[in-house]
Design a protein around this ligand. Structure first.
Ligand SMILES: Cc1cc2nc3c(=O)[nH]c(=O)nc-3n(C[C@H](O)[C@H](O)[C@H](O)COP(=O)(O)OP(=O)(O)OC[C@H]3O[C@@H](n4cnc5c(N)ncnc54)[C@H](O)[C@@H]3O)c2cc1C
Length: 487
């Protein structure tokens, strides 16, 4: 099967998946009045793959079937491949202004990176390496959409899994059968779970405490619709409001859910690591697989910073503040964020590394810095939107007010700005509200702070794992010269 259309993607969600939302088991995600909205948004991404103008930019021929498949699955063998894939990422990211954090290309790229590192998985046994390769090909050629869950529930973070008061809460192996590995327990958190075809259950890229006993050490994938697997969604941020009132929330509420496993059988061909604590802990450190995910979300971060710049610029123009140096400085900060993201991408591609098997990976040092940069700058970008908009973010009557005879005309007059009549101004400021102040906006900030791993550990690991020897030697040489000169 080649790259899917939106209709094919939506049809794939009609299965026996166990999604719990607002106290009920969801019968059909697509037909659900709230959850269905983001499903249809994601379907638009899949349709882009069959847009005649875009298809050559979004797909490449599958190495096994020759049919067009998403470029997110490519295993880059040149810098040109990285650039082609970046262009594909950017088309998808621009579609939502970067507001859909978890478009399927993110995990597709990580899976392709895992398959390029199949020898690492083979360290657990030859068959494990073959399984990850075959699973990658299956996902690529069926254009599957995945979510992932890397971390255990937040029970007592001062204790390892086996030291928890109830060590059966974190996901663990309870047995093996002829069919596969049997697991029970919970994992948090799976963004996009109601909309995904597959769930990857892998070790965390940012913490080593994971897998402190063999029964917690594994990497596998299961269909979202697997017997015994349920997802408990958080409350939706989308109250069903109109796209005019909630231009972002109504389209891009991608949902987060906790995954609960009860005696789930993971077929052997889907078990990629098992029982080897060191291999699990080092998976995303000793292989470049996760780098490909960072490549994807650095593109998303560029799209997001550009989107914030567009909104902030229009707001500042609307209220006649672009002449003010303080506003210019704040807008300049956003420009710097945009250009920093762009520079990260260009540098990571230009200084890509080629491995022994001829696979090309974006530069790890540059992308590690990129990964640590956005969680710090995004909250500031949102703060700037709040500072620029100030009380204007409260002058935001609803679509119904605008349509009410008499009131609508008054709003058009009394809400006017330097560049916009009232109705246009309200439209712009409602967008800014959804981006900077709504529940959706709050979750976006939390997402950017944490989704790529614990920012605290990630920052510390830059110090711990960075080769500082040249810098240290240079300083020691200067100190030695100073000593010699003073003797
Ligand atoms: C919106 C959202 C979506 C997410 N989606 C996914 C997903 O799809 N899949 C997935 O696997 N995960 C997902 N995550 C989870 C993400 O991986 C975790 O949030 C991240 O790894 C941090 O772990 P934690 O939240 O359990 O924080 P904890 O480990 O419980 O830490 C709590 C706080 O303590 C800080 N901290 C930790 N150690 C120290 C220390 N030594 N000193 C000082 N402070 C410290 C942390 O930085 C954090 O601020 C998502 C998170 C969010 C918020």
């Amino acid at each position: 099967m080649p790259a899917r259309t939106g209709t094919e993607y939506l049809a794939g969600l009609a299965d026996q998946r166990e999604i719990w939302f607002a106290g009920e088991r969801v019968k059909s995600v697509v037909d659900h009045p709230i959850l269905g909205r983001a499903a249809r948004t994601l379907a638009e991404l899949y349709d882009m793959q069959w847009n005649p103008v875009l298809q050559s930019k979004l797909t490449y021929p599958s190495p096994t079937t020759g049919e067009p498949v998403s470029l997110a699955f490519i295993q880059p063998r040149s810098v040109e491949d990285l650039v082609r894939r970046r262009v594909m990422f950017k088309h998808w990211a621009d579609f939502s202004g970067g507001m859909l954090g978890r478009t399927p290309d993110y995990l597709n790229a990580i899976l392709a990176g895992c398959a390029s590192s199949r020898l690492y998985f083979a360290g657990n046994g030859t068959e494990y390496g073959e399984r990850i390769s075959k699973y990658y090909e299956l996902s690529r050629d069926r254009d599957l959409c995945a979510t992932h869950t890397f971390i255990d529930p937040q029970i007592n973070r001062a204790r390892s899994q086996s030291e928890q008061a109830d060590p059966t809460v974190p996901l663990h192996v309870i047995g093996e059968s002829a069919e596969g590995l049997v697991v029970s327990g919970a994992r948090m958190l799976a963004t996009l779970a109601p909309y995904a075809d597959e769930l990857y259950v892998f070790p965390s890229p940012s913490r080593t405490q994971q897998s402190d006993a063999p029964r917690f050490a594994f990497a596998f994938a299961v269909p979202v619709a697997t017997p015994g697997l349920k997802f408990i969604c958080r409350e939706s941020l989308d109250g069903g409001g109109s796209p005019a009132d909630y231009p972002l929330t109504s389209r891009y509420e991608e949902m987060d859910a906790v995954a609960v496993f009860r005696d789930v059988v993971v077929p052997w061909e889907r078990v990629f690591l098992k029982g080897d604590i060191v291999l699990c802990n080092r998976l995303f450190r000793d292989t470049p697989a996760f780098l490909h995910g960072i490549h994807q979300f650095t593109v998303k971060n560029l799209a997001k910073a550009e989107f914030v710049l567009g909104v902030a610029s229009l707001m500042a123009e609307a209220i006649g503040r672009t002449e003010l140096p303080a506003y210019q400085q704040m807008l300049g900060e956003i420009v710097d964020a945009v250009e920093t993201e762009r520079a990260f991408l260009r540098a990571a591609e230009a200084d890509a590394i080629t491995d022994a098997r001829g696979f090309v990976h974006p530069n790890p040092e540059i992308l590690s810095t990129a990964r640590n940069y956005f969680p710090k700058i995004y909250p500031r970008l949102i703060e700037i939107l709040q500072l620029i908009g100030s009380s204007g973010l409260m002058a935001t009557p609803s679509e119904r007010d605008l349509e009410t005879p008499g009131l609508g005309e008054e709003i058009d007059r009394y809400y006017q700005s330097a560049t916009l009549m009232g109705k246009e101004r309200v439209q712009l400021f409602r967008l800014a509200w959804d981006l900077a102040c709504s529940g959706f906006a709050g979750r976006q900030v939390l997402y950017e702070r944490f989704f790529a791993g614990d920012p605290f550990l990630l920052m510390a690991s830059r110090f711990l794992n960075y080769d500082r020897s040249t810098a240290v030697a240079r300083v020691k040489a200067l100190l030695a010269r100073s000593r010699e000169q003073s003797e």
